[in-house]
Design a protein around this ligand. Structure first.
Ligand code: ARG
Length: 703
């Protein structure tokens, strides 16, 4: 053996599966054979020793995983970053490895004790020494990458591990000579895959499938053109051979039981030194604060989850727990991300949850000028239903026309910031891109309401609403309607044709007549069936009194449409005495504006139905402006449409027999909405009765 390449190994004298710290160890406690392990280890040792020098570190009793020398640390030249094991089960190995490194004359860097980093298990040098690939997500903390980059003066590319079975980077990723890469893409998130694809050209990427991955094919030792591994499929062997590698298989099944194989059992001591210093690692950190009923609302755990899922990591710097039931808590969270793009995605979601940048880190928004009408730059900030403030020229300004899925346009004069739809963008508009200088204002005033809302949703999630539950909501809605009418508030009703089919038309008509409704929104169908019922006594051909189909009834709705078309509009049909009752009749008679938005399945349509959907959306938006309460009655499409254009703070009540519709609206983030899974006709009849009761009580108290 003439090579200058060196490896460190640790004989398996004390090896066994003694505990479970990865999914491979599950069910394998004390199931490995020491004898077989010794033999397999010896086999690997021999293959490597034939091609390179092997140093040995003395195995220690009580530290069975010490055989996995890859986890000792990360060596580059004369420097070593010593591992900080995540699990106490392995922390005892640290001093023995440290001692060995020091004895070899290495300069040893040690990380803070609470910053896990599992050495070459999670840090793999590009075989040309150009950069370091580093894994995080299970054993190694992202923040350690920054220190490693600084200490070893090398560019670090952080990869987010997603599959528990591939908890160390070296279980699913193996850089090979000549810039090749053997890896299992499914073990990484989309962003990491993109990063890999940016650095390694397609002809150099050897992506493997799950069967090879679970045989630990990526856990290979690469020496020159030789790749040493536990096992490879014929296909993989052929692919590697074709590009000039020699595959040497050596069974390591006893070590697979602990979640390791060839690469894990070795630590390369002589790593290629990079030609020139590569600068430091671009890990970015931001600190945000969150305030509110953090525990009751589960806000902090949601925030932390989304940071992790988004590919970042966090440190909770401060957590001030509110002491009284009514007092709010506040948390200061330091978010780290491997780069700007990941950070932006995470920040966007944190802002939606109400997170605010520390005052010292606050910046103005970034603006880009629109160059093509109706088209925004790719990284535009998309708005939510929550009241939002943006920082322009050092001042926070409230966004006007708040709604979901809009773009924020900033102007020189008042109003400084306005929500606009993509299609309304004009050339020269200054739109906000990225997430700097944006904060959303979450109301934290009322703790009981926050709790009630959550409860509401768990109830909806389960899809069952007891009758008592429906009654309670009806009482609440009746109370709100009454109060809003007395105070001159605004209520909009969004209704689908089911309201008519289920016999709710009369009740809704009454609500309109009695002044409880200030706008009606729907599609063609509700108006058609309402008018059909008014004119012919049927709804979609079904007799509303008998509940049976009427002969020739299938034509009824067309006859209704035809009659209204003859008059030119619903209002004309009412004036001319063609329509003498019903929901639309009451609207016309009591000057309650209505808007009918068309769709592809509409028959007719009625002359009033707006088939230009952009005009219909604008009309809807106009009618819900300034609303205090929106009642959504059995219409998925129109309810969700309205949900999107309504800012938070407007109460929504969604009634539908289909729990999916109710939950869907909740999913849209309309947190103030209340869902009722029930028959809408029944709901309306209970509502009218409840209003009657309130009125009687009113009369009595006045007398
Ligand atoms: N049982 C060990 C652990 O879970 C296996 C380590 C494998 N080493 C590696 N570099 N992947 O820590």
């Amino acid at each position: 053996m003439t090579s200058s390449i060196r490896f460190l190994m640790c004989a398996p004298h004390h090896y066994e599966v003694d505990y479970v710290i990865n999914p491979w160890m599950e069910g394998n406690i004390h199931r490995s054979s020491l004898e077989a392990a010794q033999e397999q280890w010896q086999g690997l040792y021999q293959i490597i020793a034939d091609r390179a020098n092997v140093d040995l570190v003395k195995p220690q009793k009580g530290w069975p995983d010490m055989v996995f020398a890859a986890n000792a640390g990360l060596i580059l030249g004369s420097q070593v970053v010593l591992s900080r094991f995540l699990h106490p089960e392995r922390q005892g190995e640290e001093p023995f490895f440290k001692e060995w490194f020091e004895a070899q004359g290495h300069e040893v860097f040690t990380l803070p004790s609470d910053l896990p980093f599992e050495g070459a298990g999670d840090a793999l040098l590009d075989r040309e020494g150009r950069w370091l690939w580093a894994g995080y997500g299970f054993r190694t903390e992202l923040d350690s990458h920054g220190l490693v980059a600084q200490w070893l003066n090398i560019e670090v590319l952080s990869l987010h591990l997603m599959d528990e079975r591939f908890y160390h980077l070296d279980t699913c990723f193996c850089p090979l000579s000549g810039g090749y890469l053997l890896y299992y893409p499914a073990a990484f998130d989309a962003y990491s895959n993109r990063l890999i694809e940016m650095r390694v050209p397609p002809e150099k990427r050897i992506a493997i499938d799950e069967p090879d991955a679970i045989n630990f094919a990526c856990n290979s030792v690469n020496i020159g053109q030789t790749v040493i591994m536990n096992k490879a499929s014929d296909d993989l062997k052929a692919r590697l051979t074709e590009i000039g590698f020699e595959v040497v298989e050596t069974p390591l099944t006893e070590f697979l039981k602990a979640g390791g194989a060839a690469k894990c059992l070795t630590l390369r001591v002589t790593e290629p030194l990079h030609p020139e210093p590569a600068g430091d690692k671009g890990i970015i950190s931001r600190t945000v604060t969150m305030t509110g009923h953090l525990l009751d609302s589960g806000l902090v755990s949601r925030a932390l989850d989304l940071i992790m899922e988004g590919g970042g990591s966090f440190q909770v710097m401060n957590f001030d727990l509110g002491e009284q039931r009514q007092s709010t808590s506040s948390a200061e969270i330091r978010v780290s991300a491997p780069d700007r793009e990941v950070m932006d995605e995470i920040m966007a979601q944190l802002i939606d949850l109400g997170a605010v940048a520390l005052p010292a880190e606050q910046q103005d928004v970034h603006l880009v000028s629109i160059t093509q009408a109706g088209v925004a730059p790719d990284d535009f900030y998309s708005s939510t239903i929550y009241p939002t403030e943006v920082r322009v020229r050092g001042q926070w300004a409230r966004v006007q026309g708040q709604r979901m899925d809009g773009v924020i346009v900033v102007a020189e004069s008042e109003p400084v910031a306005t929500c606009k739809l993509l299609r309304d963008l004009a050339v020269g508009d200054q739109v906000i891109v990225g997430y700097d200088g944006i904060r959303s204002v979450r109301s934290t005033k009322d703790r009981s309401r926050a709790a009630a809302t959550t409860e509401e949703f768990s109830f909806m999630g389960s899809g069952v609403s007891s009758e008592r539950r429906v009654e309670l909501i009806v009482e609440q809605v009746a109370w709100d309607l009454r109060r809003l009418r007395d105070q001159g508030g605004r209520v909009a009703v969004v209704a689908g044709p089911v309201v008519i089919h289920t016999g709710g038309g009369d009740h809704l008509g009454r609500l309109i007549r009695e002044g409880y409704v200030q706008a009606l929104l729907g599609g063609n169908a509700i108006a058609v069936h309402d008018i059909e019922q008014a004119m012919l006594g049927t709804s979609l051909g079904v007799d509303m009194k008998q509940g049976t189909s009427v002969r020739g009834g299938h034509r009824h709705h067309l006859r209704a449409i035809n009659s209204v078309r003859r008059c030119g509009s619903i209002a004309n049909a009412v004036e001319q005495g063609v329509v003498t009752r019903g929901v639309l009749y009451e609207c016309v008679k009591h000057d309650v504006p209505f808007s009918l938005a068309g769709s592809i399945r509409d028959d007719g349509p009625l002359p009033d139905t707006k088939m230009d959907l952009i005009a219909a959306q604008a009309d809807y938006a106009r009618l819900i402006e300034g609303c205090d309460l929106i009642l959504m009655l059995s219409t998925m499409l129109h309810a969700i449409g309205v949900g999107n254009m309504t800012p938070s703070g407007v109460k929504m009540v969604c009634v539908d027999i289909n729990p999916a519709v109710v939950t869907k609206l909740a999913d849209r983030g309309s947190l103030e909405s209340t869902g009722v899974v029930t028959d809408v006709g029944l709901f309306l009849s209970l509502l009218v009765k409840q209003l009657d009761k309130l009125t009687q009580r009113h009369v009595v108290t006045q007398a």
